[in-house]
Design a protein around this ligand. Structure first.
Ligand code: NDP
Length: 446
């Protein structure tokens, strides 16, 4: 594709999906990566694969009405974006957050399609959620909301159709309530969710998978250049699921984690996280649903209100909170301070300007669709275990996860390696795109 064709294509996407800047951003990144590959393979152009890939196969939007603890009626909006089912049933998380919009979910569903393809497992791409904020809600309110949400979603999902999972604001508690209501309405106990509790069909390591997989990917990137994660200083953002288990695995592999954050600010702990501090964060965020500021008070370290950790000197940066949390200026500050590796635990946490800085400076940069694919990979393994009606051991699942992350790394390096430098952005986009595109060609105009 010529540059003029790429711009015309992107203009059409903006026109067809107005007011969805994150979706435009995600599509632009992929299109720039795959344009030369498409030019070299005219059959993709002829079948208009790219045009079809950016158009969701189905979008469901619905009202969610429920009553809070004081009997007040609440009205939220739920969505499910079923993006692409060329290589398997739709698969992707649900996000409950006040900022959720259809545009955010479209961007996430598009990314998910390519990410799922990279895992080598048979999963299509989807994403869903609602503009519901679980913060400050009681367990009972969360249950009522989940039941009301499922009262509509159940008719659009199923083990061979669409298998949701958790994401921001949706963890095991919410999955339990959602699964319970699905089971009640459908009168069937099936593998319709991943991230389930172990006693009722969940997989070992699913909770840990995204964070652990991220660190396995970082280690692969270092290994590729003859280095290792051992003794590296790591600045990470977030203090939720991905951040906690990335910190745990990094610590176990001999690195030092020196920051945490949440949406209110970040803590800088130069002494490094240890098992006791990690247990404190897990309890703070999972049970007490508290603020990261309390970590700074408890362990006597600096807290920076309203700031992100990218000005801290580190070897590795792991953004594990949210989209567009590393700006171009943050990226320049990281590189100036000696950061050699950035791997995205969150989805699209680096702005396009930040990505350009990392690629120009030729540091190791692992984009989310490769680096954080461990979560969905273990979700795929959970689906396999449900179909087989058996449960693999912790060790077995972790070994498979590690092999999948190595395989994802190999696929990225296969497509985009020049003079020893791997452009993982192009590599992940091309490898993910190719498998979906081939399946779409095989299946005709559907
Ligand atoms: P959690 O809800 O467990 O944690 C999210 C963390 O990010 C919290 O610390 C939260 O702080 C912080 N955060 C949320 N919004 C903002 C914001 N606008 N600014 C600063 N900090 C913010 O989510 P996860 O850990 O599950 O997910 C984190 C990211 O990783 C998301 O982008 C998600 O899509 C991605 N991801 C998750 C996977 C998974 O398996 N869980 C799989 C692949 C990707 P606070 O407590 O203040 O809200």
């Amino acid at each position: 594709m010529k540059p003029s064709e790429v711009s015309a294509f992107l203009n059409r996407v903006v026109k067809r999906h107005p007011v969805e800047p994150e979706f435009h951003q995600a599509v632009a990144e992929v299109v720039h990566s795959v344009a030369p590959f498409i030019a070299a393979n005219p059959r993709y152009r002829k079948a208009r694969i790219l045009e079809r890939m950016v158009e969701p196969e189905r979008v469901i939007s619905f009202r969610v009405t429920w009553a809070d603890r004081s009997g007040e009626v609440q009205v939220n909006r739920g969505h499910r974006v079923q993006m692409n089912s060329a290589i398997g049933p739709y698969k992707g998380g649900l996000r409950f957050h006040p900022d959720v919009t259809l545009g955010t979910l479209k961007f996430l569903a598009f990314e998910q399609t390519l990410k799922n393809s990279l895992t080598t497992l048979p999963m299509g791409g989807a994403k869903g959620g609602a503009d519901f904020d679980p913060k400050g809600r009681t367990d009972e309110e969360v249950m009522r909301f989940c039941q009301a949400f499922m009262n509509e979603l159940w008719r659009h999902i199923g083990p061979d159709t669409d298998v949701p999972a958790g994401d921001t604001g949706v963890s095991e508690r919410e999955i339990g309530f959602l699964f319970g209501q699905y089971k009640k309405l459908r009168n069937a106990f099936g593998g319709v969710f991943t991230g389930k509790g172990i006693p009722w069909g969940g997989s070992h390591i699913r909770t840990e998978a995204t964070g652990y997989g991220l660190i396995f990917f970082v280690e692969e990137m270092f290994r590729h250049v003859g280095a290792s994660i051992i003794d590296k200083q790591i600045a990470l953002s977030g203090s939720g699921n991905v951040a906690q288990f990335a910190a745990e695995k990094a610590m176990l592999m001999g690195a030092k984690v020196i920051t945490w954050s949440d949406s209110s600010g970040f803590v800088h702990d130069p002494a490094g996280v240890d098992p006791q501090k990690l247990a404190f964060v897990k309890d703070l965020k999972e049970r007490k649903r508290g603020r990261i500021k309390e970590y700074a008070e408890k362990f006597k370290c600096a807290y920076h209100a309203g700031k992100r950790p990218w000005g801290v000197k580190c070897d590795v940066a792991l953004p594990c909170a949210t989209q567009n949390e590393i700006t171009g200026d943050d990226a320049l500050a990281l590189v100036k301070n000696g950061c050699r590796c950035v791997a995205e635990g969150a989805n699209m946490p680096s702005t396009p300007e930040a990505v350009r800085v990392f690629l120009d400076k030729k540091i190791l940069f692992g984009p989310g669709k490769a680096a954080n694919a461990g979560g969905v990979a273990v979700s795929g393994l959970e689906m396999s275990q449900n179909s087989l009606r058996l449960s693999w051991t912790r060790e077995e699942v972790e070994k498979r996860l590690s092999e999948i992350m190595t395989n994802i790394h190999r696929q990225c390096a296969q497509y985009e390696q020049r003079k020893g430098f791997v452009n993982y952005v192009n590599g992940a986009n091309i490898a993910g795109f190719r498998k979906v595109a081939e399946a779409m060609l095989d299946q005709g105009l559907v």
